[in-house]
Design a protein around this ligand. Structure first.
Ligand SMILES: Nc1ncnc2c1ncn2[C@@H]1O[C@H](COP(=O)(O)OP(=O)(O)O)[C@@H](O)[C@H]1O
Ligand SMILES: [Mg+2]
Length: 199
């Protein structure tokens, strides 16, 4: 079992806490917060709403057809940790080791010019539509701004891919060709709207 102590803690969002992998600092381990609201539900419903399970399933459903993982994090499977079952994924890091900001934080701080931000969002849009990837929880909060070198940045999605909840709707979004395409387009539009609302 891997011990996750506070020195490895990175950050947390609505449902999960993220820790640096104690044996591989190029990966992070995501664990569901012990006091999270999904535990109110019966087991089956917990699983349908569990972001780790959703991430794991969606990654496995696309990994045989997607070859470029520059804009999303790969998923490596489950590990037992001191904080419960964890999901191992790629860690997003800046070239200089500085703290990685979410895209939302970076926009709020006006770190980049508006043109640059839109160029990065365009690149991400091309990636999602080109690879037919569903970004179900398409917000600037689920994207990190990665510094590749002094001048270059990339937006990397770390959460919200595939579905918000597993079930019939999710199955249809994934398997019915036309609906899949429409959903992807709607999600991209939602992401741009979220961006414009904070800029
Ligand atoms: N792959 C990653 N690499 C680096 N930091 C990450 C990664 N995934 C998440 N984080 C950090 O943890 C925070 C919460 O992660 P997230 O997956 O969005 O959790 P939640 O499912 O609770 O919303 C992010 O805002 C980010 O700061
Ligand atoms: Mg999140």
């Amino acid at each position: 079992m891997l011990s996750l102590d506070n020195s490895l803690y990175l950050s947390s969002g609505g449902q999960r806490e993220c820790y640096i992998h104690p044996e591989d600092n190029t990966k992070v381990i995501k664990v569901t917060r012990a006091n999270h609201g999904i535990y109110r539900f019966e087991k089956k419903e917990q699983n349908r709403r569990n972001d780790n399970i959703i991430d794991y399933r969606y990654f496995n459903s696309i990994k045989n057809r997607v070859v470029d993982y520059s804009f999303i994090t790969r998923c490596y499977g489950w590990v037992e940790t001191s904080k419960g079952l964890g999901l191992v994924v790629d860690r997003v890091q800046n070239y200089d080791g500085s703290e990685v900001l979410t895209f939302r934080e970076a926009v709020r701080k006006k770190l980049l010019s508006k043109d640059k931000e839109q160029e990065l969002l365009d690149e991400l849009t091309q990636y999602l539509s080109g690879n037919k990837i569903l970004f179900a929880d398409a917000t600037t909060n689920n994207i990190l701004l990665m510094r590749i070198d002094e001048e270059n940045f990339r937006l990397v999605i770390i959460d919200g891919l595939g579905a918000r909840r597993l079930g019939l709707k999710e199955w249809i979004h994934n398997h019915v060709w036309l609906i899949n395409r429409i959903r992807i387009r709607e999600q991209i539009r939602k992401l741009w709207k979220d961006y414009e609302s904070i800029r």
